[in-house]
Design a protein around this ligand. Structure first.
Ligand code: PRP
Ligand code: URA
Length: 209
């Protein structure tokens, strides 16, 4: 599928297996989410535009590439997406951070917005939306809808585990969005949880429930 990339590097796969383990505690879980986000970011950002600038080395002047233009915006979907932010900021410390607050209704599984704050000018930035879980795709589609309503154009969506249902829904709603996935799981269960998945990502990152 065009614009859908599965980042199946052995380091990412190994760390995802540790995340899945129900005996992995909050601190280790949180650290793993950050490490996986950094490894995924390394690949997902390989098309960032560059421009040449002049630098004087101890030997001579040369033209050498740096990141061009307005840089990155990282936009986590609250809460669980927050866990991925520092991994990306470790790669691009100058990135700005927006926030989109969404929660899934437990009965309908539909997303509800409770917060949206994006850095400006959003239209000039490459925007990386982060959420460890792409399940039904409702939250991801709503987040990208908001970002586009605010003028965002160049959008990447990064998730650690996805269900086929969510990938299809996001890709159909927003075929221009580049989707990066750590692992594509089997399916959703009746409660719209990903199988085998890792459980509730927000609760495991923040130690709630
Ligand atoms: C989880 C997850 C995604 C969403 C995915 O968040 O972090 O945002 O569910 O499900 P979907 O693809 O079916 O929309 P949740 O709503 O549980 O909120 P939380 O991060 O605050 O726990
Ligand atoms: N949200 C989660 O945190 N986990 C799932 O499996 C599905 C949605």
């Amino acid at each position: 599928m065009e614009n859908v990339t599965i980042l199946d590097h052995p380091l990412i796969q190994h760390k995802i297996s540790m995340l899945r383990d129900k005996n992995t505690g909050t601190n280790e879980f949180r650290n793993l989410i950050g490490e996986i986000a950094m490894l995924m970011g390394f690949e997902a950002l390989r098309d960032l535009p560059l421009m040449d600038v002049e630098v004087e080395t101890p030997i001579e002047k040369c033209m050498t590439p740096v990141l061009a233009g307005k840089k990155l915006a990282v936009v986590p979907i609250l809460r669980a997406g927050l866990g991925m932010v520092n991994g990306i900021l470790a790669l691009v410390p100058s990135a700005k951070v927006g926030h989109i607050g969404l929660y899934r209704d437990e009965e309908t599984h539909e997303p509800h917005e409770y917060y949206c704050k994006l850095p400006s000018p959003i239209e000039l930035r490459t925007i990386v939306v982060t959420d460890p879980m792409l399940a039904t795709g409702g939250s991801a589609v709503a987040a990208v809808d908001f970002i586009k309503q605010h003028g965002g154009r160049h959008i990447k969506f990064m998730c650690i585990i996805a269900a086929p249902e969510g990938v299809n829904r996001l890709h159909e709603a927003h075929p221009d969005v580049q989707i990066y996935i750590g692992h594509l799981d089997r399916c959703l269960n009746d409660a719209a949880y990903i199988c085998p998945g890792l459980g509730d990502a927000g609760d495991r990152i923040f130690g709630t429930k």
